[in-house]
Design a protein around this ligand. Structure first.
Ligand SMILES: NC(=O)c1ccc[n+]([C@@H]2O[C@H](COP(=O)([O-])OP(=O)(O)OC[C@H]3O[C@@H](n4cnc5c(N)ncnc54)[C@H](O)[C@@H]3O)[C@@H](O)[C@H]2O)c1
Length: 326
């Protein structure tokens, strides 16, 4: 394992749609000593490695002896095996979201982490919930705003990829993780509806969540929309927040005492724009170097998956009921 202030030798595993950005960001990091792109598809692996002045390797096993950090951006079905392999070798690991392909696999990763930490207590294990690093989200969390009701919408045109995972695990999980972080309480009740549109699985899902302590949320995720929209509106104690993830904008209104009595006034929020994935990877590298612990933990990644699983089950129940009524 690397010592706190040393530069990191980084392996980016998977050079597809997202992995190429991991490679770009790792290769331009001032804290990287070297970057190797691990990609079984040789042509793609060599192309992405060459583009960023990195080395290419066909598998993780062949590079484990000469790296400190593993960033896994392979398809979700490979997360468990690759994560276990990295942990057994005592490497810091960032796994893309969702943490694993199912709850049992997510739990197996946490068990592997506990075992690895017995030998390497400072091992960092993070999951790639990049919206937590969106500057507008960071500003909202810093604004002392406890939501009581949230409406989250995350819709986009049909992607033609990531179709092995449904829209709940692939798309809605971003907002489920954020809601858990914003509300800070567990989910106690889930109701959800979904419809298959272009695939045999639900492509559009709406879920209503109830949290311990009385907060509520309605969350919509779709991969069959005409236009992209990623927004969140939240109502708290005498406060309202409207967040646009893509524009990195946050509007915050609060009930304050003005010169003529109570009035609803906008609060100035300072937001310095930044690429969420880059900010997430920088925070992960800092943690690996012993500087900070600003990462989304695997336990949090698994909790988001648990709620996603409840949503999937509620959708399945509603579809069965609809089928029975036809
Ligand atoms: N954080 C986000 O917002 C976000 C966005 C997109 C994707 N993702 C996640 O990133 C992961 C990858 O998604 P993608 O869209 O980039 O997929 P992709 O299919 O575009 O790319 C995956 C790449 O991994 C390679 N690969 C396959 N098996 C491998 C193995 N055993 N070792 C190394 N590489 C292997 C494939 O050849 C491919 O090049 C998924 O878990 C997905 O959920 C996260």
């Amino acid at each position: 394992m690397s010592e706190p202030t040393t530069k990191l030798r980084i392996a980016v595993v998977g050079a597809g749609h997202l992995g190429q950005h991991h490679a770009r960001i790792a290769a331009t990091s001032p804290h990287a000593a070297s970057v190797v792109v691990v990609e079984p598809a040789e042509e793609r692996g060599r192309e992405i490695a060459a583009k960023h002045g990195a080395e290419w390797a066909p598998n993780l096993a062949s590079v484990l002896g000469r790296i400190d950090v593993v960033q896994i951006a392979a398809p979700t079905g490979f997360h468990l095996a690759l994560g276990q392999e990295a942990l057994q070798a005592g490497k810091h690991v960032l796994i893309e979201k969702p943490l694993a392909a199912g709850l049992a696999e997510g739990e197996a990763l946490l068990q592997a982490l506990a075992k690895a930490r017995a030998a390497h207590p400072r091992l960092v294990a993070a999951v790639g919930h990049l919206e937590r690093f969106n500057p507008a989200v960071v500003a909202l969390r810093a604004a002392n705003f406890k939501p009581r009701f949230v409406e989250a919408i995350r819709v986009s045109p049909f992607p033609m990829r990531s179709l092995e995972v449904d829209v709940v695990m692939d798309v809605m999980i971003h907002d489920l993780d954020l809601l858990l972080a914003l509300v800070g309480r567990p989910v106690t009740d889930v109701e959800a509806f979904g419809v298959p549109v272009l695939t045999p699985h639900p492509d559009l899902v709406n879920a209503r969540l109830k949290f311990e302590g009385g907060a509520f949320a309605t969350v919509t995720a779709s991969r069959v929309a005409q236009k992209k929209e990623r927004t969140l509106r939240a109502f708290g104690d005498k406060a309202y927040a409207k967040l646009d993830f893509a524009a990195q904008k946050l509007e915050l209104l609060r009930l304050v005492l003005g010169p003529n009595g109570p009035e609803v006034a906008p609060e100035v929020v300072d937001i310095e724009e930044g690429e969420p994935l880059k900010l997430e990877i920088e925070a992960f590298h800092a943690a690996c170097r012993g500087q900070g612990d600003d990462v989304v933990t695997w336990a949090e990644g698994l909790e988001a998956m648990r709620v996603a699983d409840l949503v999937q089950k509620a959708v399945a129940r509603s579809l069965e009921e609809l089928g029975a009524g036809r």
